[in-house]
Design a protein around this ligand. Structure first.
Ligand SMILES: [Zn+2]
Ligand SMILES: [Zn+2]
Length: 303
C-alpha cells in the first residue's frame, strides 16, 4: 500500500529512509532498522491522532442511540472509502493492475477524497495542478485564453480543483457523510457527524495502517519467505481483501492482490463487477504456473 503506517505519520524519517510504493519491497525487506535511526516525533500529528481517537471512542457509545439507517450509511461510507484506497489509489493508480474508464475513475477519485489520506498521489496532483494554475494565471493575464473558451474552461476547472482540493476532501470525508442521515431520515446532526464521519474515518485509517504494520509482522509467507509482508486473515477482513500481503508483494501487478480471486476480497468483487458493466478492463493476473513455481522456489511451504 502507498499510504503511510501510523509510525510514519507520528514520526518524521530522514529522507533516505522514506519508503514509497516503488521501493516498497526493498524497504520493507529488511531496512526497518534504517528507518528507526532517523525518526523524530511529530507532536502535532500525535495530538491530532489522539484527539481523533478520543472522538472515535466517544462515538462508539452513540451507536445504540442512532437510527439503524445511520448504521447502514456508516457502513456504506466505510465501503466507499475502502474502495477509494484499495481499488483506486492502490490497485489502479499505484500498480496499474487494471484499466478504468472515466466515470469509474471519477467515482474512485471521489471515494479516495473520502479517505482523506495524503500520499504520493496527492503530491502528484498538487504538482500537476500547480503548473496548470500557473499557466492559467499567466495566459489569462495575456488575454490569450479568453479567445479559447474550451481550454479556458478546462484550465479553470483544474484551477478550481486545486484551489478547493482540501475543501473537496473535507466535503467528501465529513460534510457529505454527515448531511445524508440528517437530511434523509432526520438523524441528529451530532450522531450524523460522529458515526459516518469521525468513527468511520478513524476505523478506515486503522485498517489501512494494519496493512502496513500487522500484515508485515503476523502471518505466513507461502510465496516469498525472504520478504516481510505476510498473509494475514484479520487484515483481509478489515482492509477489503488487502491482507494477502505476501502474495501482493510477490506479484504486485496482480489486480486481485491475492491468489484466490474473489474469496474474502470485496475489492476484487468490485473490480470484476465494474468489468461486467464495461467500466473496467485489462485485469492483470499472475498465472497458476507462475504462482506454483514461485511457491516452490521461495515459499515457506505453508500453503
Ligand atoms: Zn502495493
Ligand atoms: Zn506492504
Amino acid at each position: 500500500m502507498q499510504s503511510p503506517t501510523l509510525l510514519h505519520l507520528l514520526t518524521r524519517m530522514d529522507i533516505k529512509s522514506q519508503t514509497t510504493e516503488s521501493r516498497e519491497t526493498e524497504a520493507e525487506c529488511g531496512d526497518a532498522k534504517e528507518e528507526k535511526r532517523g525518526q523524530t516525533i511529530v507532536w502535532r500529528n500525535v495530538v491530532l491522532m489522539a484527539l481523533l481517537h478520543l472522538a472515535a471512542v466517544y462515538a462508539l457509545q452513540l451507536i445504540p442511540r442512532a437510527h439503524p439507517f445511520t448504521w447502514i450509511w456508516s457502513y456504506v461510507c466505510f465501503l466507499i472509502t475502502g474502495l477509494g484506497i484499495t481499488a483506486g489509489a492502490h490497485r489502479l493508480w499505484s500498480h496499474r493492475s487494471y484499466k478504468a474508464k472515466f466515470p469509474l475513475r471519477m467515482f474512485l477519485a471521489a471515494a479516495n477524497s473520502m479517505a482523506f489520506q495524503v500520499g504520493r498521489c496527492f503530491y502528484f496532483v498538487v504538482v500537476i495542478i500547480s503548473v496548470l494554475w500557473a499557466l492559467f494565471r499567466y495566459f489569462r493575464s495575456l488575454g490569450w485564453l479568453w479567445d479559447n473558451p474550451l481550454l479556458f474552461k478546462l484550465l479553470y476547472l483544474c484551477a478550481v480543483l486545486f484551489r478547493y482540493y482540501k475543501l473537496s476532501v473535507v466535503m467528501m470525508c465529513f460534510v457529505v457523510p454527515t448531511l445524508v442521515p440528517w437530511y434523509f431520515w432526520d438523524e441528529s446532526i451530532w450522531n450524523s457527524y460522529f458515526l459516518p464521519g469521525i468513527l468511520r474515518y478513524t476505523i478506515c485509517l486503522n485498517c489501512t495502517w494494519l496493512v502496513n504494520s500487522a500484515a508485515h509482522i503476523y502471518g505466513n509467507r507461502p510465496y516469498d519467505k525472504y520478504i516481510n509482508p505476510r498473509e494475514n486473515c484479520l487484515v483481509t477482513f478489515g482492509a477489503m481483501g488487502e491482507g494477502f500481503h505476501n502474495f501482493h508483494h510477490t506479484f504486485p501487478f496482480d489486480y486481485s492482490a491475492s491468489e484466490f480471486g474473489l474469496r474474502l476480497n470485496p475489492t476484487t468483487c468490485f473490480i470484476d463487477f465494474m468489468c461486467l458493466l464495461g467500466l473496467a478492463s485489462n485485469r492483470k493476473k499472475a498465472t497458476p504456473e507462475m504462482i506454483k513455481s514461485r511457491k516452490l522456489r521461495t515459499g515457506d511451504g505453508s500453503a
